[in-house]
Design a protein around this ligand. Structure first.
Ligand SMILES: Cc1cc2nc3c(=O)[nH]c(=O)nc-3n(C[C@H](O)[C@H](O)[C@H](O)COP(=O)(O)O)c2cc1C
Length: 180
């Protein structure tokens, strides 16, 4: 199963267009549109509840639905516009929800994280108004994929400088799609 995590916010999102072109090449997929989900960041109460579930090995609560789905996917595509050198808070909230010990990763007796996800590949698709810097977005996803989730292969698909004076965003987007 290909899982598409759509973190795009605008209806006319160019990042989603780029991701859609990639998905067309990859085949049928299941989409989670984060803006339509009721995602919540962890609080003292939900963190305590989650810790109790993890300790009991009981992941039946709906709060684990995203982590269960993520762990089962064969390929993962994440789209997110470049916002404030990073990505929308929606995606951070999703990541908080899927980093669950015992579901997407576990700790070895030596205390090292070990991946429990099936996926072999993760694509991070983004577009940026200016020059793109991966350090607070793609690099975080790549580190999570490789060090927590056990997803060995990650790819960045990027179209940058779309909003710069004199640039032609459609041309840049078409070139990024042609390079897929
Ligand atoms: C809230 C917000 C923050 C942004 N921050 C940055 C930024 O830090 N650097 C940058 O180059 N572009 C930034 N941009 C421009 C977007 O990265 C750019 O327009 C992108 O293509 C938007 O993707 P979309 O068409 O999928 O919404 C920002 C745009 C918004 C709305």
């Amino acid at each position: 199963m290909i899982l598409y995590i759509n973190s795009c916010v605008r209806r006319a999102s160019r990042t989603h267009r780029l991701a859609a072109a990639l998905l067309e090449r990859l085949g049928p997929y299941t989409e989670v549109t984060l803006a339509r989900e009721t995602l919540q960041g962890l609080t003292e109460e939900t963190l305590a509840f989650r810790d109790a579930c993890v300790a009991a090995g009981d992941f039946s609560d709906p709060m684990f639905r995203f982590a269960r789905q993520f762990a089962r996917a064969d390929t993962i595509v994440i789209s997110a516009p470049y916002w404030d050198f990073s990505f929308p808070a929606l995606l951070k909230t999703y990541l908080e929800n899927i980093c669950v010990t015992g579901l997407t990763f576990r700790y070895t007796p030596e205390g090292r994280p070990e991946g429990l996800c099936r996926a072999g590949r993760l694509y991070y698709v983004t577009t940026a108004g200016g020059p793109y810097r991966p350090d607070f977005s793609y690099d975080q996803l790549r580190t999570l994929a490789q060090q927590y989730f056990g997803i060995p292969e990650t790819h960045l698909v990027c179209a940058e400088c779309l909003d710069m004076a004199g640039s032609d965003p459609e041309e840049i987007l078409a070139a990024a799609i042609a390079a897929l």
